[in-house]
Design a protein around this ligand. Structure first.
Ligand code: IVH
Length: 660
């Protein structure tokens, strides 16, 4: 087939499957089949660069890194919003609007104020040609390549007409996606993001768009640059945005009295914790575009809109001390010890300070009164210090130049803000490594919790994970709070752990960059420890999701005398980890599964789990379907499954079968 024809066919097919997947939550093909189509298209475009179009679906995977961002000019400028904090403030805003318009009633569009990063998307002839951050309102950074990787941003407007328009909206992380991403980062030994907003801004400002492509960012549209011709209100704009293929917020509503606005605000406050994303208030805009024109804008903010902001959940308390914790990978993290204080419904006693740069930036010192924030489910953090105007201040904080636990040397890798203890026998690192080895996602050793790990290290009985397997029963029972029954149970659990799969074994080793997901992919590829141990970097790089840094870390782990010795000892202790061929032994092997409704885990993850367990995943219920996994609000598919007598299971039941 001539390349142009094949490219067109592939593009049309991939678009069709994207639409199915993202708007109908269904798929007629497996992920592997989808990847094959995408890979073929990438190949053809690379071979025939002149045929590569701006709105090709391959843009979703990112492209070559940039040296720096160029500038975009916003016309009209991207304004910010004035604020109100109370219903009195809002009523004053409302009275002014009424008197300037000479009316006694107006309509408002009220919208949750998304706490992310605003983005302006320029479409020419219906194709996305540029995406810019807000910057100073007039000049922003050109992040087009990164925006193209965000799946909720249409690369082409869904219209048969040729439309040129600028669409504005917010990029952010859904709270659940943020949490999963942070958990995976921690498992992989990377530092977690402080909060979803910082993570969004960092993810959007990557020179290498393949990095952005790996982050589950989301875009919701709420404005246009100039008002598109033919549209008279915000309500009509939302309808048009939806038709063009944008996601809009389902919590948006139209209010035609101030009482309705107050009600909508109270509603939002009440439901805030249950929302799928973080918001920091409610935006109130005049619905009518012509009325907006009548009222006009100031240089920084329109006079026809305002943001009714939530009071941030911030409390002040005394910073008692700054301690430095040492993690499993040796990373040193300063942690604030606080006078206990209630923030957002929980008592906070510790808050991370992330790293030395953050401590300096916030100028936090022991003895200061500090503001502590807890936004949504996010871990508490110190916002800033409130030093006394005339009082004595504590000493400036300095990260230690030796490990606070083992007193060994610390290093700061080039380009990193974090310091690391590099002593593999550091007690803090061993304690954390043991905890990690025993954790549910790794070797899942019942009875070996945080406390016992500490006891074993303190008593000098265990200096590495391998030492767990030469523990002496009598020494063990001599430990405090360790009866014979507990000791016997621990030995049974340790015995069982010797038969763990290669993927769990790998997760347990805690190689930087190799968390639960990567471990499964690597184990599926190499199947035995021997094959993996001898694999050169090129072979590691061929595994999905493994980049050069992780490949090198794996090689180092297997060649470094200390870590390779641990593996050697584990083998001597009876470990022969292998990975069963995909799904063998799982109760889901051979099943044909359909997912429906809202799942707690991302659907992609559920599909991967099912396929790893040897099941086939399809999008529609047919006579061949054997299991329907029904999430919340399952609708027609559930009815059809029941009619056809297909087995229906909950997400929880599915998860249990998938990972057994
Ligand atoms: S309208 C002139 N609508 O709030 C109109 N903004 O302080 C300004 N934001 O930079 C934008 N949700 O990042 C608008 N539904 C919404 C919004 C929203 C969040 C952000 C946006 C803007 C900031 C204004």
């Amino acid at each position: 087939m001539i390349p142009q024809r094949e490219i067109n066919n592939l593009t049309a097919l991939i678009r069709k499957y994207n639409r199915q997947y993202y708007t109908q939550n269904a798929s007629d093909i497996t992920d592997a089949e989808y990847d094959a189509l995408m890979n073929r298209l990438i190949f053809l475009e690379r071979e025939n660069p002149e045929l590569h179009s701006d709105d090709s679906p391959t843009a979703r995977v990112g492209s070559v890194p940039l040296a720096s961002f160029s500038t975009v000019i916003h016309d009209p400028p991207m304004l910010s919003l004035s604020n109100v904090f109370t219903s009195e403030d809002f009523l004053a805003f409302h009275s002014r609007v009424l008197s300037e318009l000479g009316k006694d009633q107006v309509e408002y569009s009220v919208e949750p104020k998304l706490d992310g990063v605003s983005l302006a998307l320029v479409y020419e002839n219906s194709v996305l040609v540029s995406a810019g951050t807000r910057g100073d309102g007039v000049r922003g950074e050109d992040v087009t390549e990164n925006a193209r990787t965000i799946r909720s941003i249409p690369l082409r407007l869904d219209t048969s007409q040729s439309v040129s328009v600028e669409i504005r909206g917010e990029v952010f992380f859904m709270t659940k996606d943020f949490q999963v991403m942070n958990r995976e980062r921690e498992e992989a030994g990377k530092s977690p993001f402080a909060n979803p907003r910082n993570a969004t801004s960092g993810s959007l400002r990557q020179l290498d768009s393949t990095v952005t492509a790996g982050r589950p960012l989301y875009f919701i549209a709420y404005a246009s640059g100039h008002n598109p011709p033919g549209l008279k209100t915000q309500e009509e704009l939302f309808q048009q945005l939806h038709l063009w293929g944008f996601h809009i917020n389902s919590m948006n509503s139209i209010c035609n009295s101030p009482a309705q606005v107050v009600l909508a605000y109270n509603n939002l406050v009440d439901n805030r914790v249950d929302l799928p994303m973080e918001i920091d208030g409610m935006v109130i805009k005049l619905n009518s575009f012509s009325q907006r024109g009548d009222i006009g804008s100031l240089s920084r903010a329109p006079r026809w809109a305002t943001a009714w902001k939530f009071h941030a959940e911030e409390m002040s308390t005394t910073l008692i001390d700054i301690e430095v914790q040492v993690g499993r990978t040796g990373r040193l993290t300063p942690v604030a010890r606080l006078e206990p204080v209630q923030v957002g419904g929980v008592v906070v006693t510790n808050a991370t300070l992330h790293n030395q740069d953050e401590v300096i930036r916030k100028d936090v010192r022991v003895g200061d009164i500090v503001l502590v924030r807890r936004a949504g489910d996010v871990i508490p953090e110190v916002v800033t210090s409130l030093p006394p105007e005339d009082g004595e201040r504590g000493r400036e904080f300095q990260m230690p130049d030796e490990c606070p636990v083992c007193k060994g040397p610390v290093v700061q890798p080039e380009g990193e803000v974090n310091l690391y203890c590099i002593n593999p026998s550091c007690e803090a690192r061993i304690r954390r490594s043991l905890q990690h080895w025993a954790s549910r996602k790794a070797l899942d050793i019942d009875g070996l919790g945080k406390q016992l790990c500490g006891q074993l290290v303190d008593a000098g009985m265990v200096n590495s994970i391998a030492d767990l397997y030469s523990l002496n029963y009598h020494e063990l029972t001599a430990l405090e709070r360790m009866g014979e029954l507990k000791a016997t149970k621990l030995f049974t659990a340790l015995e069982k752990s010797r038969k763990s799969s290669l993927s769990r074994f790998l997760t347990g080793l805690g190689i930087p960059g190799v968390g639960e997901v990567a471990s499964r992919d690597i184990a599926a590829e190499f199947t035995t420890l021997e094959a993996l141990g001898g694999a050169p970097e090129e072979e590691l790089l061929a595994v999905k999701g493994i980049g050069p840094v992780t490949a090198l870390a794996i090689r180092r782990f297997f060649t470094n005398p200390i870590t390779s010795d641990v593996i050697e000892q584990l083998i001597k202790a009876g470990f022969h980890p292998v990975e069963e061929a995909t799904g063998r032994g799982s109760s889901l092997a051979g099943e044909t599964i359909v997912f429906t409704g809202t799942l707690a885990m991302p659907r992609q993850k559920a599909k991967e789990l099912a396929m790893k367990a040897g099941a086939k995943v399809t999008g529609t219920i047919t006579g061949k379907t054997t299991i329907l996994v029904a999430g919340e609000n399952a609708g027609s598919k559930l009815k059809k499954a029941e009619k056809l007598g297909v087995r229906v299971v909950s997400e929880q039941e599915f998860l249990e079968s998938a990972v057994d």
